[in-house]
Design a protein around this ligand. Structure first.
Ligand code: NAP
Length: 284
């Protein structure tokens, strides 16, 4: 078997085209990004997000601080962006330097503008199955599964990685769509045993080649979230040999990455709808 590649770049282009129409209907939208420090990967992500925002007609607002910026300065900026009528979405790029408490910064963002879905209110809504703003990578993955008609209800889904931005929210979305979900992590004993059980296997770790063909059930859907920069370019967590066993596989690059950015723009449009009263946002 050679897996069908799930083309995230193509689906993301379709999603962006749809969003462009929605943005035109909603009027002027703004997405503010906050970058602290000069992490090269973060700089690339911010550039890609701005480019995609521009393409759909969302105004990108670029806020940057040097790496040694004190926490109060970042909190002050977030407070200003919360009050700024022209800002619909706020994204603080992680990781933040060690002197800044990430959780505190996320809590400071107005939940209605929290397009990364990391404010405890939005994370709680997801836990309750009443999604408000959900982190973009899991949203993008669910769109890809839907596009390729991958059955989720009743499927055994194994999510490797339990970060707040990918693994945990994705596990919740899969659970809400009635998958039977297992979450694996660095302390999981015998990862292969769990992985082999999966109809849907998601790797969100950041270790190239962690998932090998012998860990994958014949005919499974494998979603590779990992991004590691190597001399040979970007690589995921899934060994190329998996393509001989899986029925569906997301490539790296061109799979989950573009869907993450499209879903972020989707969250910005959703945030604008909340702010304009077109969608009801639960009282915080
Ligand atoms: P993270 O916060 O570092 O989390 C990594 C997770 O992997 C942790 O839960 C960790 O377990 C687990 N882990 C580490 N070693 C493991 C092992 N040997 N076996 C099983 N699990 C293991 O990373 P993240 O932010 O979720 O990102 C994960 C990867 O996805 C990274 O490569 C990142 O660059 C990429 N990413 C891609 C996109 C995209 O759009 N494609 C978006 C976001 C992230 P513990 O919890 O026990 O430490």
């Amino acid at each position: 078997m050679t897996a069908t590649l799930m083309d995230g770049a193509a689906l993301a282009a379709k999603v962006r085209a749809q969003l462009k129409d929605e943005v035109a209907d909603l009027g002027s939208l703004g997405l503010a990004t906050v970058l602290v420090g000069d992490d090269p990967a973060s700089q690339i992500y911010i550039r890609l997000k701005h480019k995609a925002a521009d393409e759909v007609g969302i105004r990108a607002i670029d806020k940057r601080f040097p790496a040694d910026t004190p926490e109060e300065d970042v909190l002050e900026l977030v407070a200003e962006l919360n009050e700024d009528y022209g800002v619909d979405g706020i994204l603080v790029q992680t990781p933040l330097p060690a002197q800044i408490d990430e959780a505190k910064v996320m809590r400071a963002i107005d939940p209605m503008k929290d397009v990364d879905g990391l404010h405890p209110f939005n994370a709680g809504q997801l836990f309750f199955g009443r999604q408000t703003l959900v982190p973009a990578t899991p949203v993008g993955i669910m769109l890809l599964l839907d596009e390729y008609r991958i059955p989720v209800a009743g499927a055994r889904a194994v999510v490797v990685g339990r970060s707040l931005i990918v693994g945990r929210p994705l596990a919740m979305l899969l659970l809400h769509q009635n998958a039977t979900v297992t979450i694996c992590h660095s302390r999981t004993d015998d990862l292969a045993r769990h992985a082999l059980d999966a109809d849907i296997l998601v790797a969100a770790v950041g270790i190239p080649g962690l998932i090998t063909a012998d860990m994958v059930k014949q005919g499974a859907t494998v979603v590779d979230v990992g991004i590691t920069r190597t001399d040979a370019g970007l690589v995921g967590d899934v060994d190329p040999g998996v393509a001989e066993v899986a029925a569906h596989l997301t490539p790296v690059p061109g799979g989950v990455g573009p869907m993450t950015i499209a879903a972020l723009l989707g969250n910005t449009v959703r945030a604008a709808r909340f702010r304009q009263g077109l969608l009801a946002f639960p009282r915080v």
